[in-house]
Ligand binder design. Structure first.
Ligand code: GDG
Length: 502
């Protein structure tokens, strides 16, 4: 029998049933609500992203605590003497506890180890990771500080702690040392590399030992789970029970599971149909002269894993080989700059500018240019209008844990139109098999797939889009949250029971 589709309400009911006396604590680097000072007044904003969308309703239901780095300019003013503030602001129902980091700590822990070390280590994008011992010491100290503050929030009671991502790989072990009874689960949002790659990391044992402090560890896809289990076995000599996906280490076990993340399908589909989005589509069409054009779209954080230069080269090849489309196809590349104080990101931004200049100057006519580039944080309404306007959307990651942009495009196309061109090196490619799957390094085939997208008959577009929409509707963000919670609670209850009774 098919299980009913996961919704926000169903997730809330599950939370009530599953957690019992446990206090739910979520820990992430990034906070779900940021306080800003505008004209002397405190304003609250919610950074966009799937993780907050999924976990916020869960937290609202269980009145738990979310521990995160306080990075907002108004955060100091918003919290009480224990660094806590109730959120969401319009219906305060759970506690946000903010952890303060100095600029130096932020440099070593966030930029250094997390984004110059672990990020390139875990993505096959041929950027060499940097491993600085001083940064590692900061990363360790910050993870310890998070563990202490989570322990304070537990206040001696039973708790289940759900940790997010690669910034906090040591936290589960430090926390387990302080609180042997705690249930912990962690979701690793990026890929886990194979053994040949991972073993270059000077801190490989510490990272594995840290993560194996969890009762449950989630990755997007099975390959990343297998890579992790292989590393645990070969580097730490841990015993792996493949059939049950369990890793045994230090008289304890960790369930390692693929739990593919997703988007709020229903919300995106609803947002796509508002009159504001229709108005925005009209405005963009008039302003950018898109009336009779076929629009292609890319939305990315400007990151070297996303294959943006490869995409520009493919557009160049497409126009070279299909000059009949000069003046007819416009590709819009939107994206926020990120991690701009890291050199690899500055070099990428320069490379993109140069490639754009080449392609645009080569093909532009008096009233047309092939690529419009918007390297700014566009409002959600504009991004939604772009998804609606785009005949095709390109996701060309060189490596990506999941890629939510692909799923957002599919969920927004309630009209069942549009073609997704998708890299096979994304987690999303395992689910969205009706996309045009193309290797971003293969510029010839990539160029051909753009032509195929431009020329695909409407009926084929509709069939493929309907199939992809059915997948995203079913495998939505609430299913991800529900499965993560159930796995963590079930496996954690089983593992921690003997300790408690002893
Ligand atoms: C990590 C993993 C995994 C993008 N540009 C703009 C903008 N975005 C939004 C997108 C989407 C989100 O940011 C990006 O999500 P992705 O999944 O593509 O990628 P990462 O940031 O690398 O996230 C990834 C994810 O975690 C979740 O587990 O899928 O594999 O790397 O929501 O729409 N939003 C705004 N302006 C932009 O210019 N407002």
């Amino acid at each position: 029998m098919r299980e009913p589709t996961w919704t926000r309400d169903r997730l809330r009911r599950l939370v009530n049933r599953e957690i019992g006396d446990y206090r739910i604590i979520v820990v992430s680097n990034r906070q779900p609500y940021v306080h800003e000072l505008v004209d002397g007044e405190l304003r609250v904003s919610t950074p966009a992203g799937g993780v907050t969308t999924a976990i916020d309703p869960l937290m609202q239901e269980c009145a738990g605590t979310w521990v995160a780095h306080g990075g907002g300019p108004g955060d100091y003013l918003a919290v009480d003497e224990k660094n806590r503030v109730m959120v969401p602001p319009d219906d305060p129902s759970y506690t946000l506890r903010l952890v303060w980091l100095t600029a130096e700590q932020q440099q070593g822990y966030y930029y250094g180890v997390s984004n110059e070390g672990l990020w390139p280590l875990c993505h096959n994008a041929f950027i060499e990771p940097t491993f600085e011992q001083a940064d590692w010491e900061t990363y360790t100290a910050v993870n310890r500080a998070f563990a202490r503050q989570v322990s304070e929030e537990m206040n001696g009671g039973p708790a289940a702690v759900f940790i997010q991502d690669y910034h906090l790989a040591l936290l589960p072990r430090f926390l387990r040392d302080l609180e042997p009874d705690v249930i912990t689960g962690q979701f690793w949002h990026i890929p886990w590399p194979n053994h040949e790659v991972f073993r270059i990391c000077p801190w490989q044992e510490e990272l594995l030992d840290g993560l194996l402090g969890n009762d449950m560890l989630g990755f997007h896809i099975g390959d990343h789970c297998n890579n992790f289990m292989e590393a645990a076995s070969r580097i730490l000599g841990a015993r792996v029970h493949e059939e049950y996906s369990l890793v045994y280490h230090r008289d304890d076990s960790t369930l390692v599971r693929p739990v593919p993340i997703s988007v709020d399908f229903h919300q995106l589909e609803t947002d796509a149909q508002t009159p504001e989005v229709a108005e925005e589509m009209e405005r963009l069409t008039a302003e950018w002269g898109l009336q009779d054009k076929i629009v292609g779209l890319g939305i990315d954080r400007i990151d070297y894993t996303k294959g943006i230069p490869h995409r520009i080269r493919a557009i160049n090849r497409f126009l070279e080989r299909n000059p009949q489309y000069i003046g007819k196809v416009v590709f819009i590349q939107a994206g926020v700059m990120s991690r701009t104080n890291i050199i690899a990101y500055q070099q990428l931004a320069d490379q993109i500018e140069r490639l754009l200049e080449d392609v645009n100057s080569r093909f532009a006519t008096d009233d047309w240019q092939p690529i419009l580039y918007m390297p700014t944080d566009l409002p959600n309404r504009t991004l939604m209008a772009l998804r609606r306007l785009a005949r095709f959307c390109v996701v060309s990651s060189l490596h990506d844990g999941m890629n939510l942009v692909a799923k957002e495009y599919v969920a927004s196309r309630y009209d069942h139109d549009g073609v997704l061109i998708l890299s096979p090196f994304t987690g999303a490619a395992l689910e969205l098999t009706d996309a045009l799957i193309v290797n971003p390094y293969d510029v010839e085939r990539f160029g051909d797939s753009i032509r195929q997208a431009v020329e695909m008959p409407r009926q084929e577009r509709q069939v493929r889009m309907a199939n992809m929409r059915a997948v995203v509707q079913e495998n939505n963000i609430y299913k991800w949250a529900a499965r993560s919670l159930v796995d963590m609670m079930q496996v954690g209850r089983r593992a921690r029971r003997p300790i408690r009774s002893a």
